[in-house]
Ligand binder design. Structure first.
Ligand code: SF4
Ligand code: SF4
Length: 418
């Protein structure tokens, strides 16, 4: 075996029923950029019949890892685990300079020290109206991302957030790596909403990065190291549930047993992981005291819909908010191009998918589009700013927090980005 068991590759019967669900195939129309085509490439790589030439690697790199093909596949092909196994194999065969650059990116994004240096200045200027105006005038993506950042909040979450009455259970909250710095308000709102639902919340301050970003970059060893530390911190809380509000992190936590098959703590984490919205919908929230008068469209992040099978929870919770009207979003589970680190490593395709998503958002007539993943929020918000779309892009938790009086929406104060 070079990187994956043959049986997993052979589970694909080449029926092609996944093709119409694959964003890169629909955009490019080329077989090697489809799930079936990529599985054939990986099978040839595994057999040694093909070498990882730049052309082959290109087709695999263009895969978003969105797992829409898994949802569509009637044969139960676990495409996500196959491409995940192929990435480190491919990584080891890249030119040295490229390999080192990708490794450096993985370290920069996932280590607290380097992230603070990178993110600190961004937090200082992020979310300011002049930056948004500049981002519309100058076609620079990174400016738009900076303008899309939520404004920094002061203080840290306490180690424990107690519910008002008797606790129905304890949840340990993963605050994330980049999200911990940039989406602190959403983390606070998550803890506050869980407390309103009767949950005692333990904040996993020492968990750090779950490993998902490193895995996207094919850095499996680093991902395992990070996951081991996170699993230790999360398991130490001895909670009933492990909760994340980031779809990408939650999807990986649920698969910790596969990533760390030798670690019983990882299995426990995988079994107890819930998306924050999923747990809130399961337990129920008291009536929201405040109306949120707007039309809301729900974008389904790939790692929530395809990775975790969670689709109804955000809609159920939002539908209960007074004044809020849900509107249909076409292709709601179509990738927005964020896809972990994809919008950094594959900007051209990420832009195509973002444009498609924003077309659908504009057509929905929504005032607010929600996405339960910080990466999707930033990607779509930055795109909306550049396009001058009069729409707020929010995490559903922040909309719910506004309705329950425990937070507010995090769009920049210019709100509609005009
Ligand atoms: S994971 Fe997404 S981009 Fe990759 S093959 Fe499947 S549907 Fe296509
Ligand atoms: S991945 Fe599934 S749906 Fe796609 S070609 Fe293979 S068997 Fe068919």
């Amino acid at each position: 075996m070079r990187f994956v068991e043959r049986e997993r590759l052979q589970s694909c019967v080449h029926c092609g029923l996944c093709l119409a669900s694959c964003p890169t195939y629909v955009e490019l129309g080329t077989e090697p950029d489809s799930p079936r085509g990529r599985i054939a490439l990986m099978r040839a790589l595994e057999d040694g019949a093909l070498e990882p030439t730049p052309d082959v690697v290109r087709h695999l790199d263009l895969c978003l890892g969105c797992r829409a093909c898994e949802t569509a596949c009637p044969s139960g092909v676990r495409y996500g685990s196959i491409i995940e196994a192929a990435r480190p194999f491919v990584e080891g065969r890249r030119p040295r300079a490229v390999r080192l650059a990708r490794r450096a990116l993985a370290v920069a994004l996932t280590s607290r020290a380097t992230r603070r240096v990178l993110v600190g200045p961004l937090r200082a200027v992020g979310g300011r109206a002049p930056l948004a105006r500049l981002a519309r005038a100058v076609p620079a993506r990174m400016l738009a991302f900076a303008a899309a950042l939520p404004r920094a909040v002061r203080g840290r979450l306490p180690r424990v957030v107690e519910p008002a009455g008797a606790a129905r259970g304890t949840a340990v909250l993963l605050t994330g790596c980049i999200a911990e710095d940039l989406f602190a308000a959403t983390n606070r709102a998550t803890a506050a909403l869980l407390a309103r639902a009767g949950v005692r919340v333990v904040v996993a301050r020492d968990a750090g990065c779950c490993g998902a970003l490193a895995l996207h970059l094919g850095q499996r060893d680093r991902a395992r190291t990070l996951a081991r530390r996170a699993a230790y911190a999360l398991a130490s809380a001895r909670a009933d549930w492990v909760v994340s509000n980031a779809a990408g992190c939650g999807a990986l936590l649920r698969e910790y047993d596969a990533l760390l098959s030798d670690d019983p703590r990882a299995r426990g984490v995988a079994e107890r992981t819930r998306d924050a919205l999923e747990l809130l919908a399961e337990l129920g929230l008291p009536d929201a005291p405040h109306a949120v008068r707007c039309a809301v469209a729900v974008h389904d992040p790939c790692h929530l819909a395809h990775g975790q099978g969670v689709r109804d929870a955000p809609r159920t919770l939002l539908a209960a908010v007074p004044g809020l009207r849900l509107v249909e979003l076409a292709e709601s589970d179509w990738c927005c191009g964020s896809a972990g680190t994809y919008n950094l490593t594959e900007p051209a395709m990420a832009e195509r998918l973002l444009a498609r998503k924003l077309d659908r958002v504009a057509a929905s007539g929504a005032d607010v589009v929600v996405a339960a993943n910080p990466g999707c929020v930033l990607q779509m918000r930055a795109g909306a700013i550049r396009r001058g779309l009069r729409v707020r892009v929010e995490h559903p938790i922040d909309v719910l927090a506004a309705a329950h009086g425990v937070g507010q929406m995090t769009s920049p104060p210019f709100g509609d980005t005009t």
